[in-house]
Design a protein around this ligand. Sequence first.
Ligand SMILES: Nc1ncnc2c1ncn2[C@@H]1O[C@H](COP(=O)(O)OP(=O)(O)OP(=O)(O)O)[C@@H](O)[C@H]1O
Ligand SMILES: [Mg+2]
Length: 359
Amino acid sequence: MDNNLKKTVEQKLAAHKIAGQDQNIVTAGYVSAVIVEGGQVGIVLDFGDQAPDGASALRAAIEKDVQTIDGIKATNVVVTASRPAQGPQAVKQAPQLRPAPKAPPTPTAIPGVKHIVAVASGKGGVGKSTTSINLALALQQQGLKVGVLDADIFGPSLPTLVGLDKKPQTKDKIIQPLEAYGLKLMSIGFLIDVDQPVVWRGPRVMGATQQLLKDVAWGPLDVLIVDMPPGTGDVQLTMVQQAPLSGAVIVSTPQDLALIDARKGLAMFEKVDVPILGIIENMTSFICPHCDGESHIFGHGGAEKTAQKIGCEFLGGIPLEMAVRASADDGIPLMTQTTDSAAQVAYAHIGKRIFEKLG
Ligand SMILES: Nc1ncnc2c1ncn2[C@@H]1O[C@H](COP(=O)(O)OP(=O)(O)OP(=O)(O)O)[C@@H](O)[C@H]1O
Ligand SMILES: [Mg+2]
């Protein structure tokens, strides 16, 4: 029966288009997964290098449309953009940034910051940014002073995740991080301003990353979470070479492909001797918002098996939950809200484990 339902869902999807495009989203190849199980539907739309304008409206329209199918209890559409981490196009879009350093830099400590933890993945769109902000809050709930650095120069998401749209102050060439929910925050998204390109010097990405790390008054902090850009290219490698990282957390989804990429992420940190704190499986199961029932629409347990195979810790799974996405879209992270959802419990558990591991 689920197969018939899946066909009906796919027919519905074929009726949706991106404004200005001729092909529907199925023939254009944007639908990367449709999973129907027990009347619950999970749909992943992958827009390659960048989600188009109107992606949120499209997501809402699809959810509404699919909900009209008989036998569908709940629908969750996740929009991702698993773009390559870098490339000619990305470089072209770069703001004016400091030139890249010539030799691999040696990490130097950031004054007043005890631990720096990178949150990374091989593949884009697996939920790094959402996980970063909620884990930062989970660590704060352990009594720590926490900051979040959005190191994604081409696709900053922190301003949206925390609902902040203001410019940081600069004192003596040092940028003062913004604050929200008790966290210190910095993202290129706070700095770029067409009218006032003050803070950037020089033309390259690696320099920009360095600037976000070193020219910001981060301290005093117990933990600085670095939300890494997707992928394992030179930009990421430079970042992990520059930052004196205490460890890295790898986020993956349960699908095989994401797990293969997760292994690339692990290898990158191993290359520079950064300890892997563990692997998180995001979107590990789907919690129905109506009945609280749980199903494993994207498969389950792959990250745990991968972790076992390579001898690193499986930190836990975070369910695919509408509240996670809605809170991210609203700029009010789930961990600041007084619900008691399975995802909150998972973030708290993983945060506690990272706290213990940092010692
Ligand atoms: N556990 C979850 N439940 C529901 N939605 C989720 C969950 N985790 C992430 N999402 C949603 O999936 C989408 C992608 O997440 P996010 O932006 O955090 O991924 P990312 O890995 O940082 O992407 P990028 O590689 O583009 O930086 C977002 O719409 C987010 O709200
Ligand atoms: Mg991100």
